[in-house]
Structures are given as C-alpha cells and as structure tokens.
Write a protein that binds this ligand. Structure first.
Ligand SMILES: CC(=O)SCCNC(=O)CCNC(=O)[C@H](O)C(C)(C)COP(=O)(O)OP(=O)(O)OC[C@H]1O[C@@H](n2cnc3c(N)ncnc32)[C@H](O)[C@@H]1OP(=O)(O)O
Ligand SMILES: CC(C)C(=O)C(=O)O
Length: 559
C-alpha cells in the first residue's frame, strides 16, 4: 500500500507533560458524584447539523429535568434569537423548577453580555457563564494579542457581568468563567487570568465562582489533563471560594477518562452532554460517566433507569444515531454472541442470589437497572457456543438441556449459523431442536405399548411404526427404560447402551409435560434423543427411539 504524501506525522508536535512530581490525584477515588451541568441545549445544540427547534428543545429540557439535572446550560441567548426566545419561554412559562438553575453562555463582550442579561430578566437564579480564549494559538492568530491583552478581555467581561447583575438584585446570580482552550494555555497564565477575573468577582465560600477549565480540544492523555487540573487547584488564589468545573471534549476519545481523572485531581463539577453529542467528536458523555459511578456503588445523582426513553428522546431531538455499542446505552452492550462469554454469563446468572452484590462476568451492571431485560443478553450466531444455546432454550422454552446434549446440539446450531451467515433467533433454534430430536428424522414412531411386572423384572411389548409398516418388539429389564432398550436391541440386532438419562417437567402442575433426554452408545456412536409427553414413561421411550432414529445406521437394520 502506498502512503499518501500528506500523511506525515512529522507535521505534529507531542504535547508537553506537566512537571509535577508531587501529584496526588492517582491515589484518589471518586466516592461522590460531582455537580452535573448538562450543556446539551448549548454546546450539543451548536454542533448539530440542524439545530433543535423550540419543540425539540422543550422535549430535551423536560428529559433533562426528569433525569435529575439541577444545572442546565440552556443556550447562548446573545448569539441566537432562538436561544433567546427559548430562555424567555422557560422563564415566562415558569418552567424552571425551584431546585434547578439555568445557565447561559456568552463571550466576554459588552454587547453580548448586555443582551444576555436581557434574556435572563425575571429569572429566579442563573449561572452567567462568560469566556474568552486564552490559548497560545488563539492569542497569536485569532486575537493577535499578548497575555495582557487577553487578560484585559477577561477582566472587562467580569466587570461587565458583575455590573449587569448588580442591576437585577431580584435574581440570585452565579458567575462562571472559562479560560476557553484551557488545554492549550500555559498553566501559569490560566491561573493568572482566573485570579484576575476573581479579583473583580470577589467570590466567597458562601457565594463561590465557578471556574470552568475546558479541554476545548482534547490535546493530551487524560493523566496530563489531571495534572493540569491539580496544578491549577494548587496555584489558584481563593480555591476555597471556587468551584472547579470541567468541560472536556473527546478529540482523542478520552473525554470521560479525562473528566474522571480531573475529578480525582480536585474538580467539583462536570459539564457534558447525553451520549456525548457536541462539537467535532463531541463533549464528555454524562451517561457514561454517571453510569461508571453507578457501577462502582456510587450514587450518580442522575437517574438513567429508563435508558431507552433517554435514548429515544435524545435521538429524536438531535437527529443523531446512537452507536449500538455506545457504553451503557447502545442496543448491543449487554449482548454476548461469543461462546465463552455466554457460558460464563449463564453460569454466573444461574448461581447468583439476588441479595448479593452484582458480580457477573462480562456484565459490569445488571441490565435490568436501566430497563433492559435478559432477553438481549445472549444472542446466537456462528461465534456462539453451547452455553448460549442452552440459555436461550431454557429462557424461552423451559428446556433444561444436560451438558452432553448441549454439546451435541451446539454442532447443529453452529451449522445453521454458518450456513445462514447471520444471527439465529430463538424460534429458529427451537425449530432446529424439534427437527433434530423431537420430530422423527428417519420415520420411526412409537405406537402402543404394554408393560407387565413379573416379580423383579419388567416385560414390555411395544409397537413401532415405520413407512406404513408396523413392527412389534418385546424386551425385559429392570424398569421400563431397560426393557425398551432390550426390545430395541433385538430389533436392530446390535448392543445398545444407555449412557445418559435426564428428565424434568415443564411446569409445576401434576399434569405438566415431561421432557426426557437420552444418550445411547451404539457401536461407539453416541446418538442423543429427546422425548416429550404428558406421561414420563412415554417421554422416556420416545427419547430412546428418537436417539435410535436419529442415529440412522442403527434403525436401517430394522427397516
Ligand atoms: C468552545 C465553544 O464552544 S465556545 C461557544 C461557541 N458558540 C458560538 O460561537 C455560538 C454562535 N456564535 C455566534 O453566533 C457568533 O459567533 C456571535 C454572535 C457570538 C458573535 O458574532 P460575530 O461578532 O459576528 O462574529 P464572530 O463570532 O466571528 O466574532 C469573532 C470576533 O469576536 C472576537 N471574540 C471571539 N471570542 C471572543 C470572546 N470570548 N471574548 C471576546 N471577544 C471574542 C474575535 O476576536 C473576533 O473579533 P474581530 O471581529 O475583531 O476579529
Ligand atoms: C465555552 C467553553 C466552555 C466551551 O464550550 C469549550 O471550551 O468547549
């Protein structure tokens, strides 16, 4: 394969690690949920091919409330009349619950800040989130300003939001400042700018400012981001009066990991979106991070118990598909196709008692917790093994196949899966089971039989049908199974050894059907058979005949 001349890694530079020999975050664990802020209606919306209409925004807003978000960034009202109108609608229709705070974004620019406060008029409580880019590249190429110039934008923004807020004391104001493109900003400069902003805002522990440190572009491994967060927390002034918020993007695929390590490094708050929708590769996926906490026994303070509804509404509003393997939410994430996984899941679920902590191989959480059922856990294709097939027959048809029959039957399922080159559904598996063991394969069927007890010995006379002909056989033995094996030995004139026998009823009642599973040894061949009847004796005889019938060679001697 020839390489395109443009595919040249020499064009790029590695990220600079943070020199931090005293790092503490690797020893931390997350034991409580951070404060969550959904930015679906702002960062998520600004990244959509077709931004949400008013109806879709309301739908998503209601969903976010029902999941339990207490802080929701609802838009950039100074940038768009739609965002402005949506915020007005929430305020004027009194749609913001007492315990929920709306947040709005604005650049640190006078006209935009003025318009932002217009949009917020009459709101009970709000987070005003202002930002300006501080990164080296944006300073050089976008703003063409030095550090002082960039700091001035931030400080002026802080002064303006504070002044605007002071004119509306009826509202409870919270300020949030982002040194946008924090991950491309020298750490000392990020601290310098945020300190300067805070010297205007004058936060206190009772009235803290939110300092949001965005990985506007994810530029390094998550450990470096965590180092940056810890370094920032160690050096910023008035840490006790600041809520450190994180807002990670997923350019390198590690937005959730970065946010998690960032929380370990001292952050209090997380901004993100459902399913990680957002600019480019998206924002941090709050579902994944919250469910990661949940799976560790930490209350995520968000309720994803109705995951399918969350997915349906999000998909409808964003018009974005959900990957079938999206963590926790995707259609296939609790499904095992491969044999060894199925076998392990099957055994763990069978052994598990419901009052013990969840500990099931390959399933990090109980699918039932998010409204999924076990139906989807095990699905069958050519990668599947006997355990999975047995699980499906047990789950859907109550058949408890003994291990040796699982082995025998899995070859048939494998053959079907390979020839069909597709998934094999539960009904097709059952049909194959019926065709393989329950329907006569070579035309033999059981007619009447008579059993007589003579002392310690049972004598059996049985009628067999084949191709319109009738054949009577007799046998003696210790019990009816033994007597029938004896009768069949005389029919095929070959030694028949009963190797395995297993039975169960299909239900609790006295007249419940019985299922009998048999394995024979005939000249080294080990045919298996299954019989099913309201009468256990009939089921046993039918199973033996099924095994003989299926073996083909044996019964040709009788035909
Ligand atoms: C990482 C993020 O997601 S940040 C949020 C991004 N979201 C959005 O941008 C929402 C949609 N944006 C918009 O509709 C528009 O950009 C507006 C209304 C906000 C601004 O519109 P305009 O002023 O017409 O245009 P534009 O966005 O191109 O503005 C760029 C100007 O603002 C300046 N600017 C950009 N960001 C900031 C900032 N945070 N603070 C101060 N000035 C800024 C730029 O230097 C540039 O200045 P110049 O015109 O002197 O060259
Ligand atoms: C405005 C900021 C927080 C942002 O959206 C980003 O940096 O991605």
């Amino acid at each position: 394969m020839s390489h395109a001349v443009t595919f040249n890694h020499n064009k790029y530079r590695p990220f600079t690690p943070v020199s931090k020999p005293d790092r503490r975050w690797p020893d931390q664990a997350i034991t409580t949920a951070p404060d969550w802020c959904s930015v679906d209606l702002r960062d998520g919306n600004q990244a959509l091919v077709e931004p949400m209409n008013a109806q879709q925004k309301l739908r998503l807003w209601d969903l976010l409330l029902s999941v339990g978000f207490k802080q929701i960034e609802v838009g950039f009202p100074s940038a768009s009349s739609h965002d402005f109108a949506f915020l007005r609608q929430l305020i004027e229709e009194d749609r913001i619950p007492e315990d929920v705070t709306v947040q709005v974004l604005t650049q640190a620019r006078a006209d935009l800040i003025g318009r932002t406060f217009e949009a917020l008029k009459g709101v009970r409580r709000a987070v005003v989130h202002f930002y300006n880019s501080t990164s080296t590249v944006q300073r050089r190429d976008v703003f063409k300003l030095d550090r002082e110039g960039i700091k001035r934008i931030a400080v002026e923004g802080a002064r303006l939001v504070k002044a605007e807020a002071a004119q509306h004391p009826e509202t409870e104001w919270v300020f949030e400042y982002s040194p946008e493109s924090f991950t491309g900003t020298e750490l000392d400069f990020a601290v310098e700018v945020c300190d300067a902003v805070n010297s205007v805002l004058e936060p206190t522990p009772e009235n803290p400012v939110i300092i949001n440190l965005p990985a506007t572009v994810e530029m390094s491994t998550p450990n470096v981001y965590a180092d940056q967060i810890e370094w920032f927390c160690d050096h910023v002034t008035h840490r006790e009066a600041i809520k450190i918020s994180l807002h990670t993007h997923n350019d390198r695929g590690c937005a959730v990991a970065a946010a998690e390590l960032g929380v370990m490094a001292g952050a209090d708050r997380i901004e993100g979106t459902l399913m990680g929708n957002g600019e480019r590769t998206g924002n941090m996926d709050i579902i994944t991070m919250a469910m990661n906490l949940y799976s560790q026994g930490v209350d995520p303070k968000l309720d994803f118990g109705r995951m399918d509804e969350v997915i349906a509404v999000t998909r409808e509003c964003t018009q974005l598909p959900v990957h079938p393997r999206h963590p926790y939410a995707g259609e296939l994430v609790f499904t095992a196709f491969s044999g060894s996984h199925q076998d392990a899941i099957n055994k763990c679920l069978a052994r598990r008692s419901p009052d013990e902590p969840w500990d099931v191989a390959y399933l990090p959480i109980d699918p039932a917790d998010i409204g999924r059922n076990y139906q989807e856990v095990i699905r069958i294709n050519s990668q599947s093994g006997k355990g999975g097939v047995a699980y499906v027959l047990q789950r859907d048809y109550g058949l408890e196949l003994p291990r040796w029959l699982q082995v025998d039957f899995s070859a048939a399922v494998q053959g079907l899966a390979e020839s069909s080159e597709s998934e094999v559904g539960s009904e097709a598996i059952y049909q194959l089971f019926t065709d393989t063991y329950l329907n006569s394969r070579n035309g033999w069927s059981l007619g009447n039989y008579q059993l007589q007890r003579e002392g310690e010995v049972d004598a059996l006379t049985v009628t067999l049908h084949h191709g319109g002909k009738e054949l009577t056989a007799t046998g003696r033995g210790n019990g009816v199974v033994d007597a029938f094996v004896d009768a069949m030995e005389s029919v095929i004139n070959t030694r028949v050894v009963l190797v395995e026998y297993s039975e169960h009823t299909l239900g609790q009642s006295a007249d419940a059907e019985a299922v009998c599973y048999i394995q024979l040894n005939i000249d080294g061949e080990r045919p298996c058979g299954v019989g099913r009847s309201n009468d256990i004796v009939h089921a046993s005889l039918a199973a033996i005949l099924s095994a003989l019938d299926g073996s083909g060679i044996a019964m040709t001697k009788a035909a």
